[in-house]
Write a protein that binds this ligand. Structure first.
Ligand SMILES: Cc1cc2nc3c(=O)[nH]c(=O)nc-3n(C[C@H](O)[C@H](O)[C@H](O)COP(=O)(O)OP(=O)(O)OC[C@H]3O[C@@H](n4cnc5c(N)ncnc54)[C@H](O)[C@@H]3O)c2cc1C
Length: 466
């Protein structure tokens, strides 16, 4: 979208008889509780209407009609619509490109006597979202609509945590120290959005009629959660967080929060997670800081979403063997920890963090396959897919990232198995044929692959790997 093209206002002028309203456009904040963006719309003093749009620019890139995330979001919009209706309001749900949908909403609302005065969004730091929002801000301006962004999905954004000279951090440890130093209770206070909702004037079905949201089918997708299991647990027990430091690396244990998808879509608030982390587990809190860190990296270095953070790493002569890539994708490499992880991913849309590190390192270093192939595969399958954390995690494993594992450190998938799943509980769960004659032989020899990876990396990174 070209932000400089002058748009024609959709409506000639709002007439004095039209009632001015504020819209809350939900994106990464798919909840009512502790929602700063919603609260900011409610504070405008205008009657409020919430909205969600299925962005065709994003949907058209999804090649799987059974994409679990689209189903999840669809179920979530219906649930939120019911909740908001219960309070006398409404959730508009649209499908199309953002500009098309907004043009149709502005017209629809005008036909019901409403003039959209303000649109409130939670800020999003990914390159596509940044571009979309800049372009929309200019367009809304043409329409006489104020486009207001609120920080909601992170604790600190943009340049709130920087080095003393104002430059962004590219190394995690000093970033996290500064982050902790900067933290005040106002950064994680609960936004009283639910309370405000119950007191606000909301636009509801009595004004708008019964607007029918788009079905999954009409958008080209199928419901993969017809059985009602679409919402995984949305809380984590303090007990899990207390043992987090000891249990987090063992994939057979329920040792991590499993909240990543909820944090991704904002079905829970990051501030709520942090309040629990601060009370219960310092180690877990650090993981939430990693999340902020990667959001800041993608904001300051948008190229790192698609290219190596350190450009020299884009010169690595990857082998990119498609048959080996297929074996990796299907969990048939002959390395049980790698295979268990990939099968967990295919079957559930989740993979344990320790195993993500092992499979990613295996792809880049043992197979010498471009980290972007793996990153895209994860993007297609992970329920919690988040561009910033995913590209960050992949580049950490490939060595090309801002604060990455050194290129000469090559995880040994067999020692990782010994250390973190020595009783094979995780492996047997996902690779039941392990140990039988049907389990594949290793597609690559570890000792050879390790030396080959180090030599290949060294050949392009000498003398200066930065
Ligand atoms: C190659 C690779 C790809 C990854 N892709 C993603 C991704 O697309 N989306 C994603 O949310 N995480 C990603 N991660 C980070 C991490 O693996 C997941 O956040 C974690 O496994 C989710 O499980 P959990 O909710 O039980 O995490 P917990 O261990 O309970 O951590 C709590 C929360 O902290 C955040 N977090 C934890 N670890 C990290 C991390 N290393 N970087 C950033 N945030 C973190 C997540 O929001 C997580 O839900 C990736 C890691 C690697 C190595």
């Amino acid at each position: 979208m070209n932000s400089r093209a002058r748009a024609t206002p959709i409506l000639k002028k709002s007439t004095p008889l039209m009632k001015e309203i504020a819209l809350h456009w939900m994106r990464r904040d798919m909840r009512l509780h502790d929602n700063r963006t919603l609260f900011s719309a409610l504070k405008s003093g205008l009657p409020v209407l919430s909205a969600f749009l299925f962005d065709e620019e994003i949907l058209r890139r999804l090649d799987n009609t059974q994409d679990r995330r689209v189903s999840f979001i669809h179920h979530r919009t219906l649930a939120l619509r019911n909740e908001i209706r219960g309070l006398g309001g409404e959730l508009l749900v649209g499908h199309g490109t953002p500009r098309e949908v907004w043009a149709s909403w502005i017209q629809l609302l005008a036909s019901k006597g409403f003039a959209v005065k303000e649109v409130h969004v939670g800020r999003d730091y990914e390159p596509y979202a940044q571009e979309r929002d800049q372009s929309l801000a200019a367009w809304f301006d043409e329409q006489g609509v104020a486009f207001r962004g609120t920080k909601d999905s992170v604790i600190f954004e943009k340049s709130e945590v920087t080095k003393d000279d104002g430059k962004p951090y590219t190394v995690f440890t000093p970033y996290s120290k500064k982050w902790r130093k900067a933290l005040e209770s106002k950064d994680y206070d609960l936004a009283p959005s639910v309370e405000a909702l119950t007191q606000a004037t909301l636009i509801g079905t009595s004004e708008l009629g019964d607007l029918v949201p788009p079905s999954l089918k009409s958008m080209g997708f199928e419901d993969v959660w017809e059985d009602g299991t679409w919402m995984p647990p949305i809380t984590v027990a303090n007990r899990v967080l207390r043992d987090y430091g000891e249990h987090r690396d063992f994939p057979a244990l329920p040792g991590t929060s499993r909240l990543s998808m909820h944090l991704r879509f904002g079905t829970i608030s990051i501030r709520e997670a942090l309040r629990q982390g601060l009370k219960v587990s310092e180690k877990w809190t650090t993981e939430l800081i990693w999340r902020d860190f990667y959001q800041a990296i993608v904001y300051h270095f948008p190229h790192s979403a698609t290219d190596s953070f350190r450009p020299a790493y884009d010169e690595i002569p990857w082998i990119n063997d498609e048959a080996q890539f297929d074996a990796w994708c299907q969990g048939k490499t002959g390395y049980p920890m790698v295979d268990a992880g990939m099968r967990e991913l295919l079957q559930t849309g989740f993979m344990h963090n320790r195993v993500r590190m092992v499979v990613a390192s295996f792809l880049c270093k043992h197979l010498l396959i471009d980290w972007r192939w793996g990153e895209r595969f994860f993007a297609r399958h992970l329920l919690d897919f988040d561009l910033a954390s995913n590209a960050g995690g992949w580049q950490w494993a490939a060595g090309s990232g801002c604060d990455a594992a050194p290129y000469f450190r090559v995880f040994n998938p067999s020692s990782q198995l010994q250390k973190f799943d020595k009783d094979l509980i995780y492996v047997r769960k996902w690779v039941p044929e392990y140990g039988s004659s049907t389990y594949p032989k290793p597609i690559v020899d570890h000792a050879m692959a390790r030396v080959r990876a180090i030599e290949t990396y060294r050949s392009v990174l000498k003398p200066n790997p930065a």
